[in-house]
Structures are given as C-alpha cells and as structure tokens.
Design a protein around this ligand. Sequence first.
Ligand code: GDP
Ligand code: MN
Length: 383
Amino acid sequence: MKLHEYQSKELLERFGVVVPRGEVTSDPDEARRIAAGFGGKCVVKAQVLMGGRGKAGGVKLFESADDAATFTKELIGKRLVSIQNPAGMVVEKVLVGELVDIAEEYYLSVLLDRAEQRLVVMISKEGGMDIEEVAEKHPDAIVRLHVDPAWGVADFEVRDAVIRAGIPGPAQRQMVAMIKGLIKAYEESDADLVEINPVAWTPEGKLIAADAKVSIDDNALFRHADYEATKDDSADDPLEAEATRLGIAYVRLGGEIGVIGNGAGLVMCSLDEVSAAGGKAANFLDVGGGAGAERVKTCVELVLKDPNVKGLLINIFGGITRGDLVAEGILGAFEQLDVQVPVVARVEGTAADKALEMLAGSKIVGAQTMQEAAQKIVELTRG
Ligand code: GDP
Ligand code: MN
C-alpha cells in the first residue's frame, strides 16, 4: 500500500531522516496560514499517489502566502494526469512545505532484490528525474548496495557505496546517515519500497528529503492499523480499489478476456491457458474458497466493469465451493446485468453436474476442460 508523501515524510522523520517542515490541508485559507509561517516561501504539492507530479503541474514553488493559497484553490478537486498515470487522480489534499533551496538533487531508494534475496539500496547523484530514465541513459550513475537480512550492513560499506556513487565530499557523511535511516525505516515499518527523489543538497550544506515515497507491504498491514484505514484509495487503478473495498483478489492485466476462478493456482492456470489459446487475459480474479451465489455475481459484475473485456471465462473447481451455487451466481448476474459478451464456464467437482444442468438452458457455453474453455472463449471473442 502506497503512502502519501506527507505520510512518508512523517514516517521517515521518526527514523532520523531530515525532512522539510510542512503541513497538509485541503483548505486554501489554511494553506495561506501555513505558508505565512514560512514567510511565504513555500512549495505546494498535490498529495496524489502517482509519480511525476512535478511534470503534471502538481508541484509549484512560491514566494508569497497569497499565491500559495490561490494555487491550492486551483489544485483541490483537479485531476492530475501524468505519463505514469494516464487515467489521472483527483487532488484532495496538498502539502504546504517550507521552500528548500536546492543546489543539487540526488536519488536514494531501498527495495527488495528478489533474485539476490537481499535488500538493495540504490544511490545516484543524478536525482530529480525519473530513475527509469537514469537507468536507461546513465546506468553507471546508479550504485547498488546489497544489505544482508541477517548481518545488516557495515558503516564502511555504506560509505564506500556513497563514494562510488560520486556524492561530493561535504555531503557524504549526511548521506550515510540518511541511508542508514532509510534501511531502518524499511525494515521496521514493513515497507516494500522507500524512495527519496530528490534528496536535496542545499547551498548551506544540508542534506534533506525534498520528496518521499513509502509503500507498506500489504501482507503486514495488520501491524499498521493506522494506515489500513486508507488502503482502498491507495490503488492506482479504480477497479482494483473497488475490489479491495469488496475484499476480492483482483488484478487488472490489460487484455480482453475476463477471467474468474477459485483459488489463486487455478486462476493462474486459467491465465496460462488463455495465453496458450492465443488470447490475452483482462484480469486475475480469485472468488475465494466457498464462494456463494451473491459473491460470484459481485465478481462477474466487477470484471465486466472493465471496458476492454470482450469475453468472460469462468473456471471453477468445486471443493468447498459448490458448483450449483456458482451457476446460480452466474445466472443471477446475467439476469441483472444484461451481459452482452460471450461467456464460457467450466465447472468441475462438487455439484458440477447440477451446475451444468442449470447453465444448459442459458447463453453460457459449457466446457469440459480448462483447455477447451480457454480455446472456446478465445474463438468466441474473435468471432
Ligand atoms: P514528483 O514529480 O511527483 O516526484 O514530485 P517532487 O516532490 O519530486 O517534485 C518535483 C520537483 O520539484 C523536484 O524534483 C524538485 O526539483 C522540485 N521541488 C520539490 N520540492 C522543492 C523545494 O522545496 N524546493 C525546490 N527548489 N524545488 C522543489
Ligand atoms: Mn519526486
């Protein structure tokens, strides 16, 4: 779950990372008051969970509190669109921060290197721009420092990495401290990403996190009840956000064949079969164990909300989940939703015979095997 910049900064500050002063608000008058506290010199930043806010017009520097208030008024309720997020997100809050004088911009992040089975700290003196762009244009400008989960990392290793990254002498000591703070923050708050871009180096020789991005591992959210409350609006994708609210495991994949199954393994097999049959899956959706008719209906409804979906594949292996209840859900959804796309259902296991009997009179095409179901839905979608 992604945290907003202001939440990320609060979290990092608890681990000794230096962040600018600032307050969050959705009220222009409040913004004026906060800005005035900084003598008018401030930065107003849209608090939306997407990258590239600067380029999208969501970050502006000001010299007067009145200008900051005017910009806040403009920003609240506005939809920001970026290359990373073409659908855009509506601004509900802004962070009004003290203006940091920036001489140089560096980059820092901590994430999991799955292949190495260790944390990796990425350090670059080319901050400010997209790290993907840096990786492409100047791959040598990114230094990677691995952190062993059992042993941690020694100070001299951090110092060495900072020097290799070309961070200038006067900034090195503060950079080492910031990196150690980030690693601690990552580990102790169950993060799966901590990123500061840019790390600002001021003309006075102070290193400060001008931006911050922290994401908490969803599987550890139960240990962070304060963040869990805001979980649903943290997804970039509106359908994924809706699924989270409904407690449904749904991931949008971008293809044209909607997929619904029970059990993550069976759903992944179904995705593979769709792909093998020459189609592209629109989503992953696991209805979960023991799903009843009402839940199946909700799932069908959710998948069909994706306008790319041109056909629907339902693959159920009845164990605790009863085939007949699944059939009831599918038929119920059909009745209420006026489904226009072809649907192929493969139901196997508990009460499968009854399910197929129930579906026989409908427009839903039955299939005996997963492979057959995938081939049929790909054909029907093309035709
Ligand atoms: P992002 O575009 O969503 O990553 O938002 P950032 O917080 O990184 O802001 C974009 C850019 O605005 C940064 O790269 C900085 O160059 C600039 N910026 C942000 N905060 C400040 C600040 O306090 N002072 C100055 N001078 N520039 C800032
Ligand atoms: Mn940034």
